[in-house]
Design a protein around this ligand. Structure first.
Ligand code: NAP
Length: 284
């Protein structure tokens, strides 16, 4: 029997509808809607699509969104000044700076400049540290999305073997922490991992976040495993694909998320959830 499909698009739609409902209930009483500022530096076409999708999702859910498009030549200090202005703007609950930034700007300096109270991406060291010690404020949106997708199929996490392939600060590492806190035993793999297939075959929960098409093949998957594909790869024919060889893995897995239509739309939904949470904090 082919694996159950984890439909990220449908799940995201229902979460966005819940956010919209909550905003409609609370905003009139408070006198404002939750506000998200999205900053884009330069004209990276993929980033332009991502930020427009985020802004559109905000508008559809009744959030106030501000898209700030800055030229490629923007200096690091000018960007920090813009972030500081938003840190003090009472109509803004969340600030997101779209990565990657141009080479002359240091990501760490910029992430550090965002007030941890408005860091809805959850990348600030204060928020990363809060997650590490099990007291999260804002969870990074992509791993948060993966956790919601696992919950949607009632994947048992306590005592499960969870293998995360890819160990970046924005996906793999925070996801491993979230799975650990949910009671899973985690294996976190990177580009130096030896015998990757040996590790992945142990997984009850297998997540790939690398950016390499067909990295995960059917022989690397334990029968019945829940497989979540975070990867986004543009193929030579222009199509989008994940890291998982979807057609070959689906007959082996118990549940599987597709690309597109999996983690991508859920990541945006969780950004709205974080912004709403921040709005609640700021309007208590
Ligand atoms: P990243 O910063 O480039 O990190 C990639 C990770 O994969 C690194 O830890 C790297 O190891 C590891 N890796 C590389 N080759 C490997 C291999 N052969 N075997 C095992 N691990 C390997 O990437 P990222 O920002 O986390 O993104 C990963 C993928 O997810 C990309 O395709 C990206 O587009 C996608 N993504 C999707 C969403 C979404 O919303 N759906 C959000 C974010 C990212 P080292 O640490 O040793 O270098």
């Amino acid at each position: 029997m082919p694996a159950r499909l984890i439909d990220g698009l449908a799940l995201a739609q229902s979460i966005r509808a819940e956010v919209k409902n909550e905003v409609a209930q609370k905003a009139p009483a408070v006198g404002r809607a939750p506000g998200l500022a999205v900053i884009l530096v330069g004209e990276n076409p993929a980033s332009q699509v991502y930020v427009r999708n985020k802004v559109k999702a905000c508008q559809e859910a009744g959030l106030h969104s501000q898209l700030i498009e800055l030229p490629l030549t923007t200096s690091q200090s000018a960007l920090v000044a813009e972030i500081d202005r938003l840190n003090h703007d009472r109509t803004i609950d969340g600030i997101l700076v779209q990565l990657p930034l141009p080479d002359h700007i240091d990501d760490h300096v910029i992430i550090h400049a965002i007030s941890p109270e408005k860091d809805v991406d959850g990348f600030h060291p204060a928020n990363a540290g809060a997650l590490l010690i099990g007291r999260p404020r804002f969870r990074p949106c992509t791993p948060y999305a993966v956790m919601r997708m696992l919950a949607s199929v009632q994947a048992p996490l306590r005592g499960a073997e969870a293998v995360v392939v890819g160990a970046s600060n924005i996906v793999g590492k925070p996801l491993a922490l979230m799975l650990l806190q949910a009671g899973a035993t985690i294996t976190l793999c990177n580009s130096k991992t030896q015998n990757l297939a040996e590790k992945t075959r142990r997984a009850d929960i297998l997540v790939s976040a690398v950016g390499r098409p067909k990295l995960i093949t059917a022989d690397m998957v334990k029968p019945g495993a829940v497989v979540i594909d975070v990867g986004i790869n543009r193929l030579a024919n222009g199509a989008l694909a994940g890291d998982v060889d979807f057609d070959a893995v689906r007959p082996v897995a118990g549940a599987i998320s597709p690309v597109p239509g999996g983690v991508g739309p859920m990541t945006i939904a969780m950004l709205l959830v974080n912004t709403l949470e921040s709005f609640h904090e700021h309007t208590r």
